[in-house]
Write a protein that binds this ligand. Sequence first.
Ligand code: PEP
Ligand code: MN
Length: 337
Amino acid sequence: MVVVLEKNVSDKQIENIIKHLEDFGFAVHKSTGIEQIVLGAIGVKPDFDTRKVKILDGVAEVYRITEPFKLASRSFQKEDTVIKIKNVSIGGNEVVMMAGPCSVESEEQIFTVAEIVAKAGAKILRGGAFKPRTSPYSFQGLGEQGLKLLRNAADKYNLLVITEVMESSQIKLIEEYTDIFQVGARNMQNFSLLRDLGKTSKPIMLKRGLSATVEDWLMSAEYILSNGNKEVMLCERGIRTFETYTRNTFDLSAIPVVHKRSHLPVIADPSHATGLRDKVLPMARAAVAAGTDGLMVEVHNDPEKALSDGPQALLPDQFAELMQQVKLIAEVIGRKM
Ligand code: PEP
Ligand code: MN
């Protein structure tokens, strides 16, 4: 940690700051620059609250050098994490497509969509059976019946399954049907859920919270990793900003930022990030160009009648077109799809 002192700091204040740093357990190195004094505090623990130093009289700025997350960091593990599930690898050279409806709605719907996405080249079928809806009056999902339909449709078309888990009490049930647990944006900081998922042995896709910084997001991944489950991927799905022409703002730069800081795979979800069907294709291209390890895209055979997120669902032909285009982008950057 670097502590920059105010220009007019008094000797008494410097003494007091150094004393506090030593009491917190740091070794302190003082450097006197032309204009300001800088203290280097060595031995910062991951959970140290830098505000304890910021509030001391005479302190101008405090910069943390070591990251507060550990198991998720590149410094802990240099090589990329590659998550292997059956014949699919996530985090390697291949860019993996996860596609399907927002919600599983009926047998006909999920089998139709599964066939469409499988034929176009998707590897993983998505679909919610337990839905985190903003309104309690909106469709909440089919529950176990939805899980069964999703699994059967995926098996018929040789796809893996990803579906959302909203609370710890659902883990056992969902585990029977899914290959990957999805943690939704609204649950990114449901720490008891993250801890419990850390004790399972299936991969987890952790979506970024609506107003989470990359650091918050990686700290949430740390909850899963530190409880034993090392198969975590992160999903950028847009964050809340002041912009209103899209549902969220797609933070594309989070993709290279996370890749630099962490060894965990990153998935990009342009459907929830933009909320509008016509924005999904260009932003999917952009995400692949930015280095995403996978895409998650919503597709529906009859989006006008969808029970959730119809306006952002791609039509079957649009999905096929998207697959063709993102494949070309992947090749340009030396990846496969
Ligand atoms: C979803 O994937 O359908 C979903 C609800 O996503 P998010 O948690 O990103 O809003
Ligand atoms: Mn959705």
